[in-house]
Design a protein around this ligand. Structure first.
Ligand SMILES: [Zn+2]
Length: 239
């Protein structure tokens, strides 16, 4: 794994508002506390989310962008970017790979955090098709697109974006995590980030306790001491 001291910039690529907060906001808070620059890139605006049983989602995209910016702020992230793809229709297209490769070359992260591209048969919730598409497109953008100057040459020729090699990727929501981060000290900030997604979680009874239970289960799986909370990742070396 990359030594902590060599992680100076992190890019978190997710499908929807709130994904980063469920998957990695605790680890992000710890990074920010160490002075790491963190950027969020969201592929959709989450405009198919919400709990109102009406089919008029006018304004939902704007609302969810604002909620994500507030959630990011709760863990110290101010660079939040959106690609604006339609929620629920993401495919790992060449166009999406180019858009993600562009941001990788702009941000030049040491570490990328994204969704696991495989379906998790033990816990289906993280395996939304948009998540798998974004995870797959992001891994393809990491290797080979962002590092290969001949991939999407217009990024270099027209935008001056030099090739960049991301050295490590952490995948969330996969079937076989192998890296656990103790987030106990920043759990309050992670919960604040999650609760910033008011349109999604404010109506869910016992939301905080339910998600805390999940993070506690990961801490037990990691073999941490009692009363600890963790986030879980699968680490992919990509140098
Ligand atoms: Zn999602």
């Amino acid at each position: 794994m990359l030594p902590e001291a060599e992680i100076n910039r992190v890019l978190v690529v997710t499908a929807h508002p709130d994904d980063a907060d469920f998957g990695s906001a605790g680890s992000v808070a710890l990074f920010v506390d160490r002075g790491v620059e963190v950027t969020y890139l969201l592929v959709t605006d989450g405009d198919a989310g919400g709990n109102e049983r009406t089919l008029d989602n006018t304004g939902m995209a704007e609302l969810r962008r604002a909620e994500q910016r507030a959630a990011a702020k709760a863990v110290g992230v101010t660079d939040v970017r959106f690609l604006g793809h339609p929620d629920g229709q993401v495919v790992p297209s060449l166009e999406l790979r180019r858009s993600i490769a562009r941001v990788i070359r702009q941000v030049r992260p040491d570490l990328v955090v994204t969704h696991h591209p495989d379906r998790n048969y033990r816990f289906i919730a993280p395996s939304h098709p948009d998540h798998r598409a974004v995870g797959g497109a992001t891994l393809d953008a990491v290797y080979p697109d962002a590092r290969n100057p001949y991939a999407f040459p217009e990024l270099l020729l027209e935008e001056g974006l030099e090739a960049w090699t991301v050295r490590e990727v952490w995948l969330t929501g996969g079937p076989a995590p192998d890296h656990y981060v103790d987030i106990t000290g920043v759990l309050d900030r992670k919960l604040a980030a999650l609760q910033a997604h008011v349109s999604q979680v404010s109506h869910v009874e016992g939301f905080a306790e339910t998600v805390k239970g999940r993070f506690a289960a990961w801490a037990r799986q990691a073999g941490f001491e009692e009363d600890r909370y963790a986030e879980a990742f699968q680490v992919v070396p990509t140098a």
